[in-house]
Ligand binder design. Structure first.
Ligand code: ZN
Length: 323
């Protein structure tokens, strides 16, 4: 077998409203690490917040553009990545249900899915999320200390694409993107990267189960980024996609990775992002997420950019959920 060019999920990017509420929920309630505080490079009056594990490894990174009080609300539907799922140990299931009850977070009682137990809930903007309790994830958890490490989130479990039909997206995943079909349950078809480590990298297609097309906006996922090991492998993926008739963009510099974007046949925006250079390129591991980081071309405008952003506080977020 040739070396895979795509090795899993790199990050998932979604849209939110209030940045402090977003930080409260993801760092405070869920205990994800804020690994980078930067701005939307195309619109620097909006933050770009990155959450993940201790160093922001691919497979743990959920990012948000929090637009503030905006009427630009989305609706989950076909042609979108909908529910984002996180991995927790099976022994943490009761802990999380008690935590949600303590803080008044609505959730659905655990459901069985394949070999796992699934709890569905939503963030303050209505973004669909799940905790997937399992016995196979050996990744190290991150904790700020307010959530015991034994119960903490391990990173993503995977993502769920909502599609009218699955065949063409499955063809892309399995023929051009080094994924393989690993199982189905009703209208859910699951794919995982070829090779050993699959936890955190699952892509489920949920097909023909909703009738409406999604509308992008606050409370929806904007795109899914897949992980590729290097700039060279990214160019190879780009060539493969071009030969399959897809229309990837040129390589864009996202500071912490390099990216190409394209729409898959069902309409979901896919990105392929390089593992390097990663989030420690401009901050030490201990300092990740503490300072507002700007790309070099925006540094001259730092004062006006900072003045245009609503201040946010990690301390406040953690204080909302003290235990
Ligand atoms: Zn992205």
């Amino acid at each position: 077998m040739k070396t895979p060019l795509i090795t899993g999920i790199h990050h998932i990017t979604a849209m939110a409203s209030d940045p402090q509420k977003n930080l409260d929920f993801y760092a405070g309630l869920l205990g994800l690490r804020l690994v980078k505080k930067t701005v939307n490079f195309d619109a620097p009056d909006v933050y770009h917040l990155y959450y993940g594990d201790e160093t922001g490894l691919p497979g743990s990174i959920l990012t948000f553009f929090p637009f503030g009080a905006s009427p630009y609300r989305g609706r989950q539907g076909n042609g979108q990545a909908a529910t984002t799922s996180f991995s927790i140990p099976m022994s943490a299931l009761d802990y999380w249900m008690q935590r949600f009850e303590r803080y008044g977070i609505a959730y659905k009682q655990p459901q069985a899915r394949f070999d796992e137990a699934v709890i569905y809930f939503e963030d303050p903007d209505g973004l669909g999320l799940e905790l997937i309790a399992n016995n196979i994830d050996t990744r190290q958890p991150f904790t700020y200390g307010h959530i015991p490490a034994e119960y903490a989130i391990r990173g993503f479990w995977g993502t769920e694409l909502w599609e009218k039909t699955y065949e063409r997206t499955e063809g892309l995943l399995t023929q051009q993107m080094d994924y393989q079909f690993v199982g189905e349950s009703g209208v859910r078809r699951r794919y995982a990267p070829q090779g050993a480590a699959q936890v955190g990298k699952f892509v489920d297609i949920l097909w023909d189960s909703v009738q409406h097309h999604g509308v992008g906006g606050i409370g929806t996922v904007h795109h899914i980024a897949f992980d590729t090991p290097s700039d060279e492998s990214q160019l190879e993926v780009r060539e493969t996609l071009l030969s399959a008739g897809l229309m990837p963009t040129h390589v864009l510099d996202r500071q912490y990775f390099h990216s190409i974007y394209f729409h898959e046949p069902g309409g979901v925006l896919f990105e392929v992002a390089t593992t390097p250079p990663g989030f420690t390129r401009d901050e030490a591991v201990a300092d990740l997420g503490t300072a507002l980081k700007l790309p070099i071309w925006q540094e001259p405008k730092r004062a006006s950019i900072e003045a245009g952003l609503q201040p946010i506080s990690l301390e406040k977020a953690l204080a909302h959920y003290p235990q």
